[in-house]
Design a protein around this ligand. Structure first.
Ligand code: HEC
Length: 156
């Protein structure tokens, strides 16, 4: 084969790869997003469920009330606009949102393990207002928030 023809084939291949090949949904390559997607499509609807392994993640700050205080400060900066001061899901931004921010003081949230709550804060829920806090908050900060969410249970 002539070198020009070989080059032509390579160009055509690259062009079609650009047009078709690389439009692969890269979010599918992202493990946590595909976890979430799997959950969206599982029987039972659109409820946000943490995967089983999340329950095994140990809270390194378990029972640490100082950490809960740090968590409160973080909550009032990053979370309060949606989840509201007492975590009831009625922050100032809540009215405009669908789905609504979760009521973090509710039994439905409180019955979940620390690991599950931590996992949700870490991954966020794609296509909702609940973003992933993995890159904005450190690991420690996310656990501090978990400890503060436990405090919200008793705030009625
Ligand atoms: C822009 C609005 C918004 C902000 C800011 C926000 N959230 Fe959320 N959050 C949501 C929404 C909406 C949901 C419900 C998602 C769903 O279940 O479909 C949610 C769900 C959650 C859940 C899951 C509750 C459950 O049902 O199990 C947790 C935990 C949570 N948020 C914690 C936080 C924390 C901690 C912060 C601050 C770091 C935060 N959120 C900031 C909107 C927000």
């Amino acid at each position: 084969m002539k070198i020009q023809n070989v080059l032509k084939i390579i160009y055509v291949f690259l062009a079609s790869a650009l047009i078709f090949g690389f439009t692969v949904d890269t979010s599918k390559l992202h493990f946590t997003n595909s976890e979430n997607r799997a959950n969206i499509f599982q029987p039972g609807g659109t409820k946000w469920k943490a995967p089983k392994f999340a329950d095994e993640i140990k809270n390194p700050l378990s029972g640490n009330s100082e950490a809960a205080k740090e968590g409160k400060n973080l909550f009032n900066v990053y979370c309060v606009t949606c989840h509201g001061e007492k975590g009831e899901g009625n922050g100032v931004a809540a009215a405009t949102l669908n789905p609504k921010p979760a009521n973090l003081s509710s039994a439905e949230v409180q019955k979940q393990s620390d690991g599950a709550i931590y996992w949700k804060i870490t991954t966020g829920f794609p296509s909702t207002a609940m973003i992933s806090w993995r890159s904005n908050l450190s690991d420690k900060q996310r656990w501090e928030l978990v400890n503060y969410i436990r405090v919200l249970r008793n705030k009625k």
